[in-house]
Design a protein around this ligand. Sequence first.
Ligand SMILES: *[C@@H]1O[C@H](CO)[C@@H](O)[C@H](O)[C@H]1NC(C)=O
Ligand SMILES: *[C@@H]1O[C@H](CO)[C@@H](O)[C@H](O)[C@H]1NC(C)=O
Ligand SMILES: *[C@@H]1O[C@H](CO)[C@@H](O)[C@H](O)[C@H]1NC(C)=O
Length: 289
Amino acid sequence: MNWKNLLILCWIMVIGSEGLEILKKRLPDAILIGAKKSGTRALLTFISIHPNVSAANPEIHFFDKYYHLGIDWYRSQMPFATQNQIVIEKTPKYLVDPKVAQRVYNMNKNVKLIVILRNPISRAISEFVQTQWKQKRNIFDVEEQARRFNRMLYQNRRGNLTIRKNWSVIRNGIYVKHVKNWLKYFPLESFIFINGDNLVRNPHQEMKKLQEFLAIKPIITERNFVMTTQKRGFPCIRLKPGSDRIKCLNDQKGRPHPKINPSVFQDLDQFYKPFNKEFFELIDQEPFW
Ligand SMILES: *[C@@H]1O[C@H](CO)[C@@H](O)[C@H](O)[C@H]1NC(C)=O
Ligand SMILES: *[C@@H]1O[C@H](CO)[C@@H](O)[C@H](O)[C@H]1NC(C)=O
Ligand SMILES: *[C@@H]1O[C@H](CO)[C@@H](O)[C@H](O)[C@H]1NC(C)=O
């Protein structure tokens, strides 16, 4: 075996100021399970600057898509980490796929579960925009986009228009349903619920919660964030307080959002209201939105 193989296959030894540190690939200690279009990428980027965190950059999709490849494959997808680091991976699909919770439980019933959620109405619109672009339907006319949205959103029930509950864009935001499934396997204490809307406005507050939950020093503070004036943009993060090295996210990519009619907002609001209420009662927290 040559040196290169040794590096790739197993571990690297680094002589650090604190002596010998061993970098290894380990199964995750914490998983960011969703929700889609709620700021998962921003949250992972922000927490990654913490020296006690080692995060997998791409979405692994092990528990939903690649489960058949086995746990060793999963481990091989993890980033190198020292014993002093928490290993995190994120795949937003995990929250809504009913197979995943039990599989994660079978891997490690003590794993920490991170969930970031935003208002399901804005989340749905974001996912709709993303889906349209994925299907190469690049509609720049915001009114035409809104008409498409409405065509997908409503179904005709004997002359009455009702919201199509099983459109994935809508269903993904019925958080109570998905979280209930996870709670069959994990106690509430295994979860942290991050407010995705507040992550944009007051990122340091949400990062404080997350660092506490992960039991790492709260070194990411208000001084790390550079607020932007972009309409839907996330704040940028300084790699160290006072540092000029800044990382920004380019999440929305300037895609136009449909011009949704106020009456449609009202319908969506009515639709989500009871689910939201049930959700915050379930997790025993004040409503985020
Ligand atoms: C964070 O890392 C430092 C040094 O790398 C270590 O001394 C400390 O115990 C770690 N903290 C946690 C909570 O793992
Ligand atoms: C349609 O709406 C009317 C008036 O709101 C209501 O009385 C009726 O029960 C609804 N029908 C169905 C099939 O939901
Ligand atoms: C949604 O519901 C309709 C009837 O209520 C059904 O025909 C359709 O297959 C469902 N679609 C999905 C994706 O579940």
